[in-house]
Design a protein around this ligand. Structure first.
Ligand SMILES: [Cu+2]
Length: 483
């Protein structure tokens, strides 16, 4: 057992981890690795002798024979992002973005993950409320899959919607181990002629490493209220695996209605998204159908998905752009070109009506209303001068589980004491915020507050965490435990 793996294992299961990793990693920009990496460093490591976890997920209820069988091979590969832009990375099936898995509502899906990486891995099916043992969280729902071995995930494809799958080990998501997962609905509430899935990502031309604060921005003190966040040194922002210098073009015809399925698969980037020359009508959030909302632009954070229908009524050549809310890279870009319009695509002007969460009204039946059975008040903050992110003062893995009971109506009241947005993601459940259902919500910085409610209807141990991968790796997670 390497020193790292032993330490991480101990951190995960005996609660000795905090002192091991708080504040002692080296800064990302120096390219070094700290002496005591947090849970993320599993992606550097191939140790296969860890002890079994103390938690065993509920035995999965057997499902019928699969309707769809796939193999996903996690492997090192050379990926191409544009002319003269190739990169060595870790991806699924040798391609970045990974292959789109497209299934029908209700299908039984069986995916064999084959690990050909030089490291352990898992695959998480982001947003799908599947059985706990299939959730793909290392040390929480399963042992990580060792080199050369495989793990078969089986789940029922429901509810329909726009999802994605990704590695849940360490910082592997930021290497490119991700792909879209579309569950087609039998009876959509919107009309459209064609659809396109669009994956936005931030691109790092080097292996990711945990972040730490090297003092450049004077962070620290005041419980993390001061200063700004550190961000990995991204090379660029990508739409469907392409740099903006090499955009994908959608050839369209006047009069068509296009459904876009937008996925924010970035590790540390909120995107502001807009198509020049057109409004978008938002129809789904995190896969859940909403009453259609016409907007000019929307912002979404890591882990969120938005579907929007665009009516093509303005012939020309147009850019769809996704710009980092905080970050100075060129916006990710996709071109929409009507037949016969060969000119340079026009970039959007920002402004106009931007989608707000309170615009969203779920069309699904919402299973929680009235007074909750259990309430957790949870602050989101940074620990002093170290690059450690906390949920209610505790840094995972040295953090207490949040206990709930099956059948309860649970409420989390989140209050963000830090200056940065945290996209908080709950595994295994959709939650209600206002009149909408979702699985990931941005909690704004500077004392932003969100109250989310869910029904405890999926027994197991589930991760609740910030989907900024660097915050997650620096402690911003809790296990939700059914007791
Ligand atoms: Cu965060």
């Amino acid at each position: 057992m390497t020193d790292f793996t032993r330490r991480r294992f101990l951190a995960a299961f005996t609660g000795t981890g905090l002192s091991a990793f708080a504040g002692c990693a080296t800064p990302f920009s120096r390219g070094g690795r700290g002496p005591s990496p947090p849970i993320g460093e599993g992606d550097q490591d191939s140790d296969e002798t860890f002890n079994p976890p103390t938690y065993t997920p509920p035995e999965p209820t057997p499902l019928p024979d699969p309707d769809v069988k796939r193999t996903l091979r996690a492997t090192a590969a050379t990926i191409t992002l544009g002319p003269n832009a190739t990169s060595q990375s870790w991806v699924y099936d040798g391609q970045y973005v990974g292959p789109e898995l497209r299934v029908s509502e209700g299908d039984i899906v069986e995916v064999a993950l084959q690990n050909d990486l030089p490291a352990v891995t898992t695959t998480h099916w982001h947003g799908i409320p599947l059985q706990n043992a299939m959730d793909g969280v290392p040390y929480v729902t399963q042992d990580p899959v060792t080199r050369g071995s495989s793990f078969t995930y089986t789940f029922r494809a429901e509810p329909p919607g726009t999802y994605f799958y990704h590695s849940h080990v360490g910082l592997q998501l930021d290497r490119g181990l991700l792909g879209p997962l579309i569950i087609e609905e039998d009876d959509p509430h919107i009309d459209y002629d064609r659809e396109f899935t669009v994956i936005f990502d931030d691109y790092l031309n080097q292996p990711p490493e945990p972040l730490s604060d090297d003092g450049r921005d004077g962070m620290g003190g005041m419980g993390g209220m001061m200063g700004s966040d550190v961000r990995p040194p991204y090379t660029g922002l990508l739409a469907d695996g392409r740099l903006p210098s090499n955009p994908r073009t959608l050839d369209v015809a006047e009069g068509e209605r296009i459904r876009f399925r937008f996925v924010n698969a970035a590790s540390a980037t909120e995107f502001r998204t807009r198509l020049a020359g057109h409004q978008m009508t938002v129809s789904h959030v995190d896969g859940r159908p909403v009453d259609p909302v016409p907007v000019d632009e929307f912002v979404f954070g890591p882990g969120e998905r938005y579907d929007a229908v665009v009516e093509l009524t303005n012939p020309g050549a147009w850019q769809l752009r996704a710009a980092a809310v905080k970050g100075d890279e060129s916006p990710a870009r996709l071109d929409v070109r009507y037949g016969g319009h060969d000119g340079t695509p026009q970039a959007p002007d920002w402004g106009g009506r931007r989608l707000q969460y309170h615009d969203l009204h779920a069309r699904d039946k919402i299973s929680v209303s009235g007074s909750p059975d259990r309430v957790y008040d949870l602050t989101l903050s940074r620990a002093g001068r170290s690059y450690t992110w906390l949920i209610d003062g505790q840094a995972y893995p040295n953090a207490e589980p949040l206990d709930i009971r099956e059948g309860e109506h649970v409420r989390f009241r989140l209050r963000n004491h830090s200056p940065v947005t945290h996209p908080m993601h709950l595994h295994g459940h959709f939650f209600r915020v206002g009149d909408a259902l979702m699985d990931t919500i941005r909690v704004p910085g500077h004392m932003g507050q969100v109250s989310l409610d869910f029904r405890a209807d999926n027994p197991g141990n589930w991760l609740f965490h910030c989907h900024n991968l660097y915050h997650l790796e620096s402690g911003m997670a809790r296990v939700i435990r059914y007791v």
